[in-house]
Design a protein around this ligand. Sequence first.
Ligand code: BGC
Length: 729
Amino acid sequence: MRVSLLALSMLAVAAPAVAQDDDPDARAAATIDQMEPAERTILTHGIMALPLGEDFALPEDGVLGAGYVPGISRLDVPSLRETDASLGVAWAGGARKDRATALPSAVAMGATWNPELMRRAGEMIGGEAHAKGFNVLLAGGINLMRDPRNGRTFEYFSEDPLLSGVLGGAAVTGIQSQHVISTLKHFALNAQETGRHFMSANISDAPARESDLLAFQIAIERGDPGSIMCAYNRVNQDYSCGSDYLLNQVLKTDWGYRGWVMSDWGAVHKLADAIHGLDQQSGEQLDERVFFGDMLGSKAASDPVYARRLTDMNHRILRSMYAVGVDRFPAEKAKIDWEANAAVARETAQQGIVLLRNVKDALPLSATARTIAVIGGYADTGVLSGGGSSQVLGEGPAVSISMGGSGPFAGFMSQSYQKSVPLNAIRERAPDAEIRFRNGRYITDAVEAARRSDVAIIFATQWMAEGLDVPDLSLPNGQDDLIAAVAAANPNTIVVLENGGPIVMPWLDQTAAVLASWYPGGEGADAIASILFGEVNPSGHLPVTFPANVGQLPRPVLPGSDMIETNFLGKGEEGQTLDVDYDIEGSDVGYRWFARQKEAPLFPFGFGLSYTSFSHNDIKLADDGLSATVRLTNSGKRAGADVAQIYLISGPWGSSRRLLGFERVELGAGESKSVEVSFDPRLLAQWQDGAWVRPAGKYRIALGKSAIDFGPEATITLPAARWTGGQMK
Ligand code: BGC
């Protein structure tokens, strides 16, 4: 550890003394030179900028939101004004009721497989944050979905390191283009909420590097985020925010990350976390004490190790501020183009909706259907959103149902619906139809309406929230029974899921069609209806495996679910632990686990139907084995988008499943295109003895429609190589 600390402090010292306008390191060093001793801990800690207690006073230049770190006006260093999160400017449990555009949940964004759209979505929410006075967006949730019961599944992109890394990096690029610093979070292995403040994610180095850490690494390379937020949980017993392995070794030394590590809110346990690589204590009211203020200052006055570390902490924070331009492009109240922003939210929702089943062309609905029963899911009121700090609810929810929370965080613990009404969106598109709404509380009533209608559309909801995992993957409140009964009464039953993540579907075979719309955001109703009526051709593909049952998961019983009361703040008893063994699946997360176990999922990763059909004709690998040219044809009668998904199916080490690269392609009816898809070379390698090593031998590679459905294949023999200086040599 001493070696890495020395290297870090040398980085800071090596910067030239004279600040050049555009060199963030030089500027950071020059600012630090001018700091008075008392100013040296101003940037290293901050508050939660929400009225948590009666004595709360918002600082003069503060903005109500997740966090505030004072600036140093004498040195023209602005304060950091932080808001959650990846889906837009969060409503902070009701503290903010000014308007904000809600993107669909991150899993919906994952289902777009569209990095360019993610960049635009990031640009949109970054722009909105800036126009509300924020210069930090606590976005970039890219934990892998190791356990689909994780209550924050909806906040993450996917179960795959490449897909998550590429999309996460693109979102960060978009956000930071607006001079708003983005985080990537929660570093790392924060795969369940049960016991989140003390559970230990136990995993060996190689599988961690090849999975969850690889997602962060790719996103950092592509997006260059100003900050990384460490997680609540422990990794191999050490708290993430005090993990020398994660912060000093992996992030700062091995990856050469130059920005700063901020803590999650209430995740700092001791002053020495600074030595282990933490640069800033956030939301300090939630910790036992303020470690990174006076306590850090006085320690640094007497201990040269802390003194050097404090310089490095300031350097990292300032360099990110200068690199992103938060001082030169100050975040101030400005006008927001709501219509343009809504269009981005709508397009994201549309591209993220996944058509999972469509029997006998039940969809798209014809505008001439005479009678439609719309059932359940508060479809007459709004669309569901996920609970917790990431929740964006504009001026407030259409309806909010308490899920048992109390105190200042009760707003987070309620099932809240966006003001975007599916029933209205359906009515607009079928003006001549007789449309009957039933709330679905009574099966008899819903069945009766379905029986008398040409089509029945059931809206089914799976609410998820930060701080709370789901115990299993069923639809709660008897919705599985409701769907089965309605489908038995009407063969044209269409299920629209508003789901946080995977669910099981005991009724699947009885239905005509199923759409996963996730939490579709502020324009969700319109997006759903545009797909139902065929204005938009569905193109979403699952970013996560839907298991047939929880028995197929690496841990059939959710660890800790039998012993722990979880909530936002539940830090557990003194010394409480919960060990979770992630070496069971190792780097074989999601579809890779299913392939290894030879288990058939309900729906595989990468799966998604369309109203047209695509054929996959060709695959040709480049001589270096680092890209493939594939030919895709739209063999149907409508324009649509396909995703070229390239998978490794075996390597010299044996059978394998890895997404190597992907490309979303728009194709007109009858059109063919050849596209070149490049691979991340690390996915053809293994982490061995501190390096990415590609063994010599045969690699079998296929173009897939999903992680289990392969078309054309090719095999290539590659020489041994190592990843050095960003290249395989
Ligand atoms: C969450 C973070 C969030 C922070 C600030 C925490 O509870 O884990 O994702 O950014 O609160 O609201």
